[in-house]
Structure formats: structure tokens, C-alpha cells
Design a protein around this ligand. Sequence first.
Ligand code: GLN
Length: 400
Amino acid sequence: MAIKDNINIKDHKTTCASKILESFISPFDATVIEKLKAADVIFIGKTNMDEFAMGSSSENSIFGAVKNPYDPERVAGGSSGGSAVAVAIGACDAALGSETGGSIRQPASFTGLVGVKPTYGRVSRYGLVAYASSLDQIGAFAKTSEDAALILKTIAGHDVHDSTSAAEPVPDYDRVVGKEIKGLKIGLPEEYFAEGLDPEIRSGIMNAVRQLEKEGAKIETFSLPQTRYAIATYYIIATAEASSNLARYDGVRYGYRAQDAGDLNEMYEKTRSEGFGEEVKRRILLGTYVLSAGYYDAYYKKAMQVRRLIKDELNSAFQKYDAIITPTTPTTAFRLGEKIDDPLTMYLMDIYTVTANLAGICAMNAPVGKNSDRLPFGLQIMAPAFKEECLFQLGAFFEK
Ligand code: GLN
């Protein structure tokens, strides 16, 4: 397996693709690494990513951009782009990534893989470098749903080192592979199939959905009107939490320290100015702004309220449906450099994925096929919290 470079492996570097952690060597194993080691997993290396997992293209890295193996002029998606590519080219059987707003599902879609974001709390985050703690979750890339199920079974479970990890029992996720889907109720939210969606992706998904219907699943269209606030809500909450989490990189505790500073404040300032990349600084500034005294109520508090509405809306949809199917991404992989100077356009790439993180539910990319340019794309399956079985069951059906 390959491991995203924001997950700690003892005695190896954990850089987060940032200058500020460029020479940081981890003194401990993340819980997921401990569990994989106990299962005799062999690690082939750490993978490139967007700096501190902030991005949707794996271009924000001190090591340079990750390229898409289906077309090296295009991005692999992000932020876990390196992990996706390692599996897509067959360098390893599976990889770990992390998700805050789509960083596994989106690159999985761009590289034709299964990519699973487990329920918030399903997997211990002890040893994962924090980005936005109310959203972060570790997950996996694999070629098949069965492989992804086996990995989740291995890494899931409660951990005394992570108070947000859930005490829920861990099912035999791989057991559901091949289970018939007859009788499942599936919802298609119309907001996810509206303007902005690549028509080839839409028709690919609708074909896959028809197969489900043929097998006896019940398909219904419905509405999730709060969806339109998801990106704004996500980018307020994620940046607010990032600004707080990233305060620890001060040049004192660990990581990069700027030279020739006159006093302590200057040392902080120079260290952080030199150590963080552009996008990370943008997030810290945005996050500090939305949390500041005059703006807290207007932005942060409001975003928290809308987050609750988004979560309630999804949970009430799950009263009716076993799973929700949507596109994972509005387009296939875009060109390197195409969106990097336009943060808002880049942020909009996450439009279909961030709701699952905001609601804390589980979701997965299942590969659907390739478009006329031979670029892969997938569909997204969302299921209620702790119902990952349903993701793997449907994913395995689509593979068949
Ligand atoms: N693209 C999103 C962001 O930049 C999600 C990243 C992630 O899931 N780590 O915040």
C-alpha cells in the first residue's frame, strides 16, 4: 500500500507536501498504520498531495503537481492525488488517503478507482495531520469494492487516542460483496444533476442506474434544496478550523524555522511566511477572518447553522432511501494549470462531495467508465452514517 503524506509512519518523513514540514520525521505510527502493520501490509511509500490536503488537484505541493496517468497534461485530482495514481498505475494494490471535502472520492473519479470516505468517527485519526477536525476522515483507494471493504475492516474501530472515533462495532464489510440489490431504495437528488454537469457523465450514471433498476432496485428522484449552500458553508468551516489547527506551525515546536529573525514575533512571521504555500495562506487568512470578533456571527455561526440544515436534510432523505446516487465530479480531470489561479472555480469542483463531509455520513466513488476522450469518471454513492456496507454492496454490483 501507499500512504498519503499526512499520515504518520514512525521513523519516516511526514511532509504534508509543505516546506514547513519538509524535514519532519514522525516519532510514532498513526493508529491506521499500526493496524495495517499488524495485518502484514507492506508499504511502498508516502504519496504526494495538496499541501496540508488543501486543494482539489494535487498541484499545491512543494514537490510539484501530480499528473494523471490517463493524460499527463491533466490533474489527478486532489488532495490525495498521489495515492490515487499509485493505485491506478499498479504500483500498489491499495492506498490510504484522507478526506475533508472530497479528497479521496474526487481523485478516485479522475483515475477510475474505488475511493471510500468512511463515516466521521469510523476510523481513528490519531496520527493524521489535522486540517479541519470536524470534517477530516481517513479512507482508502482500491481497484475493487471488495479490496476497499477489506481495508476499511482493517483500519476501522474505536481508538483510545482519538476521542471522536466511534465505539460502533466493525462489520465484515467484505461479506456484502455480491449480495443482491433487489429491493434497495435509491434516491437521485435533482440538484446534483442540474446545470454544470458534463452530459457524458450524466448519461454514464443514468446507464448505471438503469442496471440497478433492472435488478429490482427502486429508483426515485427527489430534492435536496440546501445543496446550493454547501460550498459556501464548507469553505467557511474548513478554513476556520484550518486557521486554528495550523497555528501550531510556529517554528518553535517542530518543522521549518526561518533564520535571522530579530525577535520572537519576527521569527513566527518569517517562518510562516516562508514555510506555507499560497493556498494554505489564503485558507488561514479566510479562516481567521470568519472567526474574528466582528464577523463570527455573520460567517462562522451562520455556516454552522446551515451545516445543521444540510445534515438534517440528508438524514431525512435516508428515512426514505437506503442510498443516494449522484455524480462525484461535475467534469472529468481538467488540465494542469487550468484552475490553479482561480480559487473559486477550483472550490466549485467539490460541489457534489462536500455535503457528505458536512453531514458526517459515508460516501464512495464507484468507477463508471470513460468519456469520449478516454478519461475515467465515477458516480458517488452516499449512505447513512455507519452504513458503509451499502456502499460496497452497490459498488460491487456496478463492477460486475
Ligand atoms: N478540495 C477540498 C479542499 O480543498 C477538499 C480537500 C480534502 O478533502 N482534503 O478543502
